[in-house]
Design a protein around this ligand. Structure first.
Ligand code: GSH
Length: 165
């Protein structure tokens, strides 16, 4: 893992502190970037980060990650140690999961009466619900077996050509 940065510049410092909190400073190679001589605007550096800024993280497979929030998130998940992101609270996640399930129950009650969310025709409301469910899949929110109306809507929508592209 390589970090391209300038020691003690504010944004690079954010990443270094995150690494230090994880006790992982020694696992990373730091490569200084000569900002004063505009190295960050060279073609070679722009290929790493088109936004022309430091820090940039390079993974062992050659992937580049720019922007401190993305880099620190990567560090937080990659290294053991104290969690650095407060939104990882399990209780908060469970609360949001419960809210999401309530939302699914609501749509099930709507779809008990209509073929599609806003009536007989497929509309943007269905697109929005579909996309919400796709995102829900990433967060382990799936349709409970008891919500049969939502499930049959899902099966109907899933075979539309616009969805299967
Ligand atoms: N939004 C970027 C900001 C990066 C940034 O502005 N870094 C400064 C150094 S602290 C930089 O590279 N400045 C060079 C320039 O703006 O030309 C991040 O979160 O990493």
């Amino acid at each position: 893992m390589i970090i391209y940065d300038v020691e003690n510049f504010p944004n690079p410092l954010r990443v270094r502190i995150a690494l230090a909190e994880k006790n992982a400073l020694d696992t990373v190679t730091f490569k200084p970037v000569d900002l004063m001589n505009a190295e960050h605007r060279s073609d070679a550096f722009l290929a790493k980060n088109p936004f022309a800024g430091v820090p940039v993280l390079e993974l062992d497979d050659g992937t580049f990650i720019a922007e401190c929030p993305a880099i620190t998130e990567y560090i937080d998940h990659h290294f053991a140690g104290p969690a650095l992101e407060t939104d990882q609270h399990k209780e908060w996640g469970q609360k949001q999961h419960t809210r999401a399930l309530k939302g699914l129950e609501y749509f099930d009650s709507v779809l008990a009466k209509t073929t599609y969310v806003a009536g007989d025709a497929f509309t943007v409301a269905d697109i929005t619900l579909w996309c919400g469910l796709v995102f829900g899949g990433f967060c382990n929110v799936t349709i409970p077996a008891s919500l049969i109306h939502l499930q049959s809507w899902h099966d109907r929508v899933a075979i539309r050509p616009s969805i299967t592209v």
